[in-house]
Write a protein that binds this ligand. Sequence first.
Ligand SMILES: Cc1cc2nc3c(=O)[nH]c(=O)nc-3n(C[C@H](O)[C@H](O)[C@H](O)COP(=O)(O)OP(=O)(O)OC[C@H]3O[C@@H](n4cnc5c(N)ncnc54)[C@H](O)[C@@H]3O)c2cc1C
Length: 452
Amino acid sequence: MTRSILAVMPESKRYDIIIAGAGLSGLSLAWHLVRENYKGQILLIDNSFAPNNHKTWCFWGKKDHPFANIAHRIWKKSHFSALDFSSELSLKEHLYFCVKESDYKETILKTLQKASNVDFLEESILDFSSNSSKAALITKDSNTYLAEFIFQSIFMPSHYDPNARKYPLIQHFLGIEIKTDEKVFDKKTFTLMDVDSDFNDGFAFMYVLPIKKNRALVEYTIFSANPLKKKQYKKKIRNYLEEKYGLTKENYSIKRKEYGEIPMDDRPHTPLYSSRIINLGTVGGFTKPSTGYTFSRVHKYSKKCAQALVKGVIPPIPTASSYRFRYYDLLLLRVLATNVPDSRKIFRSLFKNSPIDRIFKFLSEETNFLEDLMVLASCYYPPFLRALTVHPPLITQFDKKHLAPSKHKELKEDYFEDFEQIPNSIAEDSLQDSEEGSDDIIQQARLNETVS
Ligand SMILES: Cc1cc2nc3c(=O)[nH]c(=O)nc-3n(C[C@H](O)[C@H](O)[C@H](O)COP(=O)(O)OP(=O)(O)OC[C@H]3O[C@@H](n4cnc5c(N)ncnc54)[C@H](O)[C@@H]3O)c2cc1C
């Protein structure tokens, strides 16, 4: 049976803002809007608001960071090691924070639930569309919602072409959180990188976050084109725990695992999905290509965006990093993709010769040009000189088309008719879901009050 979705059109609910996806970036925007006292009606949609612990988010910041109070752990000292260099690095201007995904979500959702202008909806989104005056989304349950603007962190923009990347790298990692019988970890010092000199199919390192003396997240991370088999990461971690801490499998239990593949994309993603639909988070290109760090960049934009919306102005279009930082990233990506031994030498020299606070400031793209030169001059430079000849400074072009919305279906009155052709299985599933599924809507009553 195929159901006409046109039938639900008159029931479309209208909001000022829809935030599609309540992960890192969607929650960040909602949180900043509430903090800035935004008065418009907001709808937050995700296919699940259930707390989970698939990720921990780490980032550096100042001690008054707004998420300092929910940090699972905060460090002031870091360990770095590569080739013949191994050192403890003290952070003077920054702290390194680790926030659990579940704590982040719970804290923000609690704040949002107290706001009278935020509705929550637990449904799976099927598609978006927009025209010059409104944006719309349709869910798998065939419900439609309209808004002035939609912010989405779910779908890659349609014209994003992975093959257009100059260097097809990903940061892939598997981590295990272990509890040990003995107190073996120094909980005051996290290991930012313990570079693996034996692995040549990518630049690889161990990342260790000690939560307690007998508990730590130990992660094997690689920058390369393709992920490994899970058992390969696990074997690396097992060997590392044995060599570094004298731990065999019998000495610890695994409490949690996390796996990730983060794009290291030299091509910025498009900030607009279509007119009035703005991309957030990883699909919006907020992930720094050379590091994978996303958290702080997402919050920086959300704050700026919320402040604009409170003033009643059009939300700012997320901008790409400035030319010079994109260029530095590109040079490093080239070295990482083409020469693993040189990559090790670059990281070794960087952490040996530059203070970690300056490195963090540089990675946050907050350094001035003189500071950039100081960081770059501290690195082993021959591979960069070779990269300069392939990508000459100032001449190297970055795709500017990314500022235009992707060519996506325009919202017109009969737009939702297109969805009459949803395959039977989905239509039947969603019909069944909507018959059984009133529980899916967390605040159905409030939602119903909203007039289209
Ligand atoms: C394991 C892991 C660890 C990471 N650690 C760090 C870190 O330490 N520091 C850092 O800065 N970055 C880190 N990152 C990178 C980045 O911060 C995260 O990937 C981050 O979650 C990206 O945020 P986002 O909002 O783009 O996507 P997400 O947080 O994934 O949010 C997307 C949301 O959309 C929802 N959704 C998806 N499809 C649908 C649909 N069809 N309908 C309705 N809802 C849908 C999902 O349920 C989800 O809640 C990590 C990434 C991974 C994978």
